[in-house]
Design a protein around this ligand. Sequence first.
Ligand SMILES: C[S@@+](CC[C@H](N)C(=O)[O-])C[C@H]1O[C@@H](n2cnc3c(N)ncnc32)[C@H](O)[C@@H]1O
Ligand SMILES: Nc1nc2[nH]cc(C(=O)O)c2c(=O)[nH]1
Ligand code: SF4
Ligand SMILES: [Mg+2]
Length: 242
Amino acid sequence: MSKVPVMEIFGPTIQGEGMVIGQKTMFVRTAGCDYSCAWCDSAFTWDGSGKDLIKQMQAEEIWDELVRLGGNGFSFVTLSGGNPALLKNLSFLVDLLKEKGIKIGLETQGSRWQDWFVDIDELTISPKPPSSKMNTDFDILDSIMQRLRDANRSNHMSLKVVVFSDEDYEYAKKVHLRYPDVPFFLQVGNDDNKTIDNAQLVQQLLTKYEWLIDKTMLDHEFKNVKVLPQLHTYIWGNKRGV
Ligand SMILES: C[S@@+](CC[C@H](N)C(=O)[O-])C[C@H]1O[C@@H](n2cnc3c(N)ncnc32)[C@H](O)[C@@H]1O
Ligand SMILES: Nc1nc2[nH]cc(C(=O)O)c2c(=O)[nH]1
Ligand code: SF4
Ligand SMILES: [Mg+2]
């Protein structure tokens, strides 16, 4: 059937990350991931802790929920997870959103390809650095980047690497230099993704943001790059569904 496992639908909120940071958007978060990043801030999508929240939904049901939450006050929907790229059937939702005139964003890590990627307006590929404990399959990543280029999607995609350490930073640079023409974003890692002490979290994140900016500004090999915070964490901390 044409259903997909949905973990949560929320919004309107702002896109807190990457190429369309600040964009008013709704979110559809799918369940399941082929990775298990050490610092995943959405581990409930894959570690079993959120399994009772998973709903198998048709595209029309997802649309109804988006409209129930957002009324006619939204024009952008971001698909995230988990890894939405595990789900061939998301093509039905992508088609429906296009039909409704809604712009679509996607967050994925670059481990899987889906044909519906070419219909995404703002596609973020976020390969994972060493601190995640995941290994990047660069053959797969190369083929995804090539397919997107071949489909003339270069203006609709970007790379985003989350950085927690010097080693992560070097990995990020390697990714950037491998695909130098693709818009590239560095993002501050949140290594305290359980705390409810927002004041302390923000202090910590600001310090790390300054560290990442300082490092990048002194680096002559990293030229055309944007250094961003994970904006929503500076506003809502680790709260879910925002
Ligand atoms: C939860 S993931 C879901 C989409 C997809 N699985 C991916 O990783 O790109 C969405 C984004 O959040 C980032 N992220 C996850 N945990 C984070 C953390 N603790 N600090 C900063 N960014 C994080 C990921 O790197 C990714 O760019
Ligand atoms: N506001 C907000 N922006 C986000 N950008 C990427 C998110 C994600 O979890 O994929 C996310 C999220 O969960 N909330
Ligand atoms: S790839 Fe994304 S959702 Fe999957 S574990 Fe890593 S950060 Fe979490
Ligand atoms: Mg998130």
